[in-house]
Design a protein around this ligand. Structure first.
Ligand code: A2P
Length: 289
């Protein structure tokens, strides 16, 4: 079975899930149904901004697995900050998903407008109290964003989902989250699709990286599988995206081998700090409000 991590709320989250960013409705419904129904996934990560929540809901419903056995995450989009909008946005996401609650609701990106971001975080805490979101967290938060919402509300996010892969190992941010009891989730855990988020696109070169490929060969595994092992062994929650059955199955077939200290040291050399998405402080979100 996929290992789990205990969130500060006491909830267990499967350390490996399926991501669906940039997957259209047909691909999403199929991928989610296959991942849960055939490949053994029990964790799906979507977002209002991905435009495919309804397809995720159909995929879960058609999987043959009980909804209560699946960990479902969605995210609050940037235009929906503020107390009332946050409440309405989760209701809209739940309606699209066809669910009465999500397991985890995340603020998708921080805002430069601190006051508004804090107001949103307060509303997220209300949503947790209603049971519409069993756990709440954030995405793309730097330590100063985390400090701001925690200091203002006393509510610590259960997770911070950040860009994280061998070229952006995020050691400092991971250490910071650990010190606060915040679990870390990796987006673009395989180095992304080649289409950047809020930045220029750059092709994925990690999936064919010679170091990762060489390590994989020793275990009869792909570079993708080596990266997923790396996340798991780092205590990180990874949500690799694929819409292809073979890759979806391959990405969860990582539970019967272990990277050695020499492998981890070689992977550490790949950390050039290179992002495939925008730096949260450079996106300037909220400036247009
Ligand atoms: P596809 O859906 O066509 O399979 P991320 O790092 O954001 O999870 O992105 C992973 C990217 O790599 C996706 O574009 C996905 O495309 C592709 N991918 C996912 N799993 C594998 C794999 N095991 N081998 C090769 N490519 C993969």
């Amino acid at each position: 079975d996929v290992p789990t991590i205990e969130l500060s709320t006491g909830t267990l989250i499967p350390q490996l899930g399926l991501g669906v960013w940039q997957a259209d409705d047909a691909d999403t419904e199929h991928a989610v149904g296959y991942a849960i129904g055939e490949a053994g996934y029990r964790h799906i990560d979507t977002a209002a901004a991905y435009g495919n929540e309804a397809a995720v809901g159909r995929g879960i419903a058609g999987s043959g697995v009980d909804r209560s056995d699946v960990f479902v995450t969605t995210k609050l989009w940037n235009a929906d900050h503020g107390r009332d909008r946050t409440h309405a946005a989760l209701d809209a996401s739940l309606a699209r998903l066809g669910l009465d609650h999500v397991d985890l609701y995340l603020i998708h990106w921080p805002l430069q407008n601190r006051e508004r971001m804090i107001e949103t975080w307060g509303a997220m805490a209300e949503l947790r109290d209603t049971g519409k979101a069993l756990s709440i967290g954030v995405s793309n938060f730097e330590p100063h964003h985390l400090d701001a919402i925690i200091d203002a509300t006393g509510v610590v996010p259960a997770v911070n989902q950040i860009e994280l892969h061998p070229r952006l190992a995020q050691r400092e941010l991971r250490d910071y989250c650990k010190s606060r009891g915040i679990a870390v989730e990796a987006w673009s855990p395989l180095g992304g699709s080649g289409a950047g988020w809020g930045t220029d696109s750059s092709p994925n070169t990690l999936l064919t990286d010679p170091t990762l490929t060489r390590i994989g060969e020793r275990y009869g595994r792909s570079a993708a599988q080596v990266m997923i092992r790396w996340h798991l062994q780092n205590g990180v929650i990874a949500i690799p995206k694929s819409v292809h059955d073979k890759r979806i199955a391959q990405n969860i077939d990582v539970l019967d081998f272990e990277l050695g200290a020499d492998d981890l040291a070689a992977i550490a050399e790949l950390d050039t700090g290179t992002r495939v998405g925008a730096h949260p402080d450079e996106l300037n979100l909220g400036a247009r409000e």
